[in-house]
Design a protein around this ligand. Structure first.
Ligand SMILES: NC(=O)c1ccc[n+]([C@@H]2O[C@H](COP(=O)([O-])OP(=O)(O)OC[C@H]3O[C@@H](n4cnc5c(N)ncnc54)[C@H](OP(=O)(O)O)[C@@H]3O)[C@@H](O)[C@H]2O)c1
Length: 321
C-alpha cells in the first residue's frame, strides 16, 4: 500500500525563509505548491525536488478567491509573507502582516487544512514599531480565524542568503565606519534559517498535535548586541571598521532620507524597532520544546562570509584574533 503524499502550500515561498522551508519539505517528499505573486521567481526552486514535486502557483494576495485557490487541495499551509518597509498604498504592513495572513487563515479553516504554520517576529508583543505592532495584530487575527495555527516568532535570521550579515558585510567593503544605532545596546538572539525551517516542519508534522495552537519563540544559542555582531563580521571577513555611536534621534533623521531609496538600508520604523531587545522570553516555548538544537553563528557565518574576505575568498591571512 502506498501512502498519499501530503501537499503543502507555502505563501511567500520565494523569499529567504520560505525557500529554505521548501527545500526541506522537498527532502521529506512533500508535494509543494509555491504560492507567489510572481511564479517565475519560484523556478529556481524546482530543481530542489523531483519533476512536478515543487509547483509555482500564481496568487494575488489581495484577492481572497485567489488565496483560496492556492490553499485548495493542501493538507498543510505555511505563511512566510512579510515586509520590512512600506511602499505606497498597496504594499503596507497592514496588508502584508494582517489582512493577507487573515485571509490565508480563513481559507485554511474553510477548507479543513490540517496544520497551518505562520511566521511572525520575535519581540512583536513588546515592540513599538509599526512592523512589530502589525505582526502582533496579524497573530491575533490568525488565532481567531484558525485557533490551531502554530506561530513561530524568530529573532533576526542568518544564513547564506540573509539580508542582515550580507548587507553589513557588503557595506563594510565600501565605508570606513559602521553605525551603532542608539549606542548599539539592543540585544539580539540571531537564529539560523535552517533551524527556523526545522521548526516550521515540526509545526506541520509533530505527531501528537501538541504544537497546535502554540506560539514558539526562536532564538539561537548566542545573545549579542550590535557591537558583538560587528565583531563577528570583522573576524570572519578580516575587514575591521570603526564603530560610530549614533543616537536614535539622529539615526531616525538619516533614515528619513534613506527610506526614499528603492531598497532602503534603514527606515525610521526600523530605528524604532531597534529600541526593543529581540530575545526569547524565559517562559516562552522554544527550540528545546521541539527537540531542535539551534546552530551558533560561529559554525555558519564563516561558510558564507568568506565571500567578503579582505584579499578575496581564498585569502589565508584574513582572520582577526
Ligand atoms: N529575515 C529575518 O531576519 C526575519 C526575522 C524575523 C521574522 N521574519 C519574518 O519571516 C518571514 C519571512 O521572512 P524572509 O526573510 O524570508 O522575507 P523575504 O525574503 O523578504 O520574503 C518574504 C516574502 O513575502 C512576499 N512579499 C514581499 N514583498 C511583499 C509585498 N509588498 N506584499 C506582499 N507580499 C510580499 C514575497 O513573496 P512573493 O514575492 O513570492 O509573492 C517574499 O517571498 C516574514 O514574515 C518576516 O517578517 C524574518
Amino acid at each position: 500500500m502506498t501512502m498519499k503524499q501530503k501537499t503543502v502550500t507555502v505563501f511567500g515561498g520565494t523569499g529567504f525563509v520560505g525557500s529554505q522551508i521548501i527545500r526541506e519539505l522537498a527532502d521529506r517528499d512533500f508535494l509543494v505548491k509555491v504560492a507567489t505573486r510572481v511564479p517565475e521567481r519560484a523556478y529556481d526552486l524546482k530543481p530542489c525536488g523531483f519533476v512536478g514535486q515543487i509547483v509555482p502557483f500564481a496568487c494575488n494576495y489581495s484577492d481572497d478567491h485567489s488565496i483560496a485557490d492556492a490553499v485548495k487541495g493542501s493538507d498543510y499551509v505555511v505563511n512566510c509573507i512579510g515586509i520590512l518597509f512600506e511602499r505606497g498604498k498597496r504594499s503596507t504592513f497592514k496588508k502584508a502582516h494582517v489582512e493577507t495572513p487573515t485571509a490565508i487563515a480563513k481559507a485554511c479553516a474553510d477548507q479543513g487544512v490540517e496544520r497551518f504554520v505562520h511566521i511572525s517576529a520575535l519581540g512583536c508583543d513588546a515592540g513599538i514599531s509599526n512592523y512589530a505592532k502589525t505582526k502582533l495584530e496579524g497573530e491575533k487575527a490568525i488565532r481567531e480565524a484558525f485557533p490551531a495555527a502554530t506561530i513561530l516568532r524568530p529573532s533576526v535570521i542568518f544564513g547564506q542568503e540573509d539580508n542582515f550579515f550580507n548587507m553589513f558585510a557588503h557595506l563594510a567593503r565600501f565605508v570606513p565606519f559602521l553605525p551603532l544605532i542608539g549606542g548599539g545596546k539592543t540585544k539580539f538572539q540571531p537564529v539560523f534559517v535552517g533551524d527556523v525551517a526545522d521548526a516550521a516542519i515540526y509545526g506541520l508534522t509533530e505527531k501528537t498535535g501538541k504544537a497546535k495552537g502554540k506560539t514558539y519563540e526562536l532564538g539561537g544559542p548566542d545573545i549579542v548586541d550590535f557591537k558583538e555582531i560587528y565583531q563577528k563580521l570583522f573576524k570572519y571577513t578580516g575587514r575591521e571598521r570603526s564603530l560610530v555611536s549614533l543616537p536614535f534621534s539622529l539615526a531616525k533623521f538619516e533614515a528619513m532620507f534613506l527610506s526614499l531609496l528603492p531598497n532602503p538600508l534603514l527606515t525610521p520604523d526600523q530605528v524604532e524597532s531597534l529600541k526593543t531587545d529581540v530575545i526569547v522570553a524565559d517562559d516562552a516555548l522554544s527550540f528545546k520544546d521541539m527537540d531542535i538544537h539551534p546552530k551558533s553563528m560561529d559554525i555558519i557565518l564563516p561558510m558564507y562570509l568568506k565571500a567578503y574576505r579582505a584579499g578575496g575568498r581564498f585569502s589565508k591571512n584574513f582572520m582577526k584574533a
